[in-house]
Design a protein around this ligand. Structure first.
Ligand code: SAM
Length: 230
């Protein structure tokens, strides 16, 4: 059994047993290899846009003798799969904006996909906005710390009329706000301190509409976070 990070291991817990998946941005194909070895994943497409990670993924799959269950394909985002080919799409280890971008550009490949498991390193808000606009609803969220970095995992399914999230829920995560874990509090205390420092700097700057707008935005986020972590 290959060893993978705590972060990727947690991602695999959101993949239903027997699923066919696409892992987009699959450097070393760690996630599909682990998932297949553990008997969670039946078949996987490991997609990579860059030659180096593509080659590493190919070597890993070959070294473990998993070529029958994992196909490594080179291409940009979801273009490596066809509609109705997989039941789950995993995109992990990228920024929330990039993940949303990949989903938008690959919309025509999403028919047949029942679940999205997304792990942004930052900017989860962009993904929550994307899900709401595009007919998906969050069914679970998770937050964890590894090597002094904090990661969020977002799990979504299709919904005909997704409930609208509040601004605070988009920023912080509806499930994570409820759970209020120590890791959640740690992440947002850190962000809040940072925003408060920026607000103090903006207060010293020459006033302008732009500065007032920025200050108001930050103060609003500080208010959401103060409420959520108290
Ligand atoms: N998913 C793995 C993980 O979570 O550990 C690897 C994360 S790594 C930081 C991001 C990977 O995504 C890189 O290997 C990069 O080449 C790949 N990538 C970035 N943009 C991509 C795109 N548009 N399509 C496919 N792969 C992409």
């Amino acid at each position: 059994m290959i060893a993978i990070s705590k972060r990727l291991e947690k991602v695999t817990t959101y993949i239903p047993e027997g699923a066919t998946i696409a892992d987009i941005g699959s450097d070393h194909a760690y996630l599909p290899c682990y998932g297949v070895q553990k008997g969670i994943i039946r078949h996987a497409v490991a997609g990579e846009v860059n030659k180096g990670p593509f080659d590493s993924a190919l070597s890993q799959v070959k070294a473990l003798g998993l070529e029958d269950q994992i196909e490594v394909r080179m291409g940009d985002g979801l273009e490596v799969i066809s509609a109705h080919e997989v039941s789950v799409v995993v995109i992990a280890g990228m920024g929330g904006q990039l993940i949303s971008n990949i989903l938008t550009r690959g919309k025509d490949r999403l028919p047949g996909v029942e679940r999205l498991v997304l792990q942004p390193n930052m900017g989860a808000k962009f993904i929550r906005e994307w899900l709401e606009v595009n007919g998906w609803v969050l069914v679970n969220e998770s937050i964890l710390e590894e090597d002094e970095k904090i990661y969020e995992i977002l799990v979504a399914k299709r919904s005909k009329n997704p409930e609208k999230l509040t601004e605070a829920e988009k920023l912080l995560g509806p499930f994570l706000i409820q759970e209020k874990s120590e890791t959640f509090k740690k992440k947002w205390k850190r962000e809040k301190n940072n925003w408060e420092r920026i607000v103090r700097q903006l207060q010293q700057a020459i006033p302008s509409d732009e500065i007032t707008k920025r200050k108001n935005e930050l103060e609003k986020k500080i208010e959401f976070v103060t409420e959520a972590i108290k």
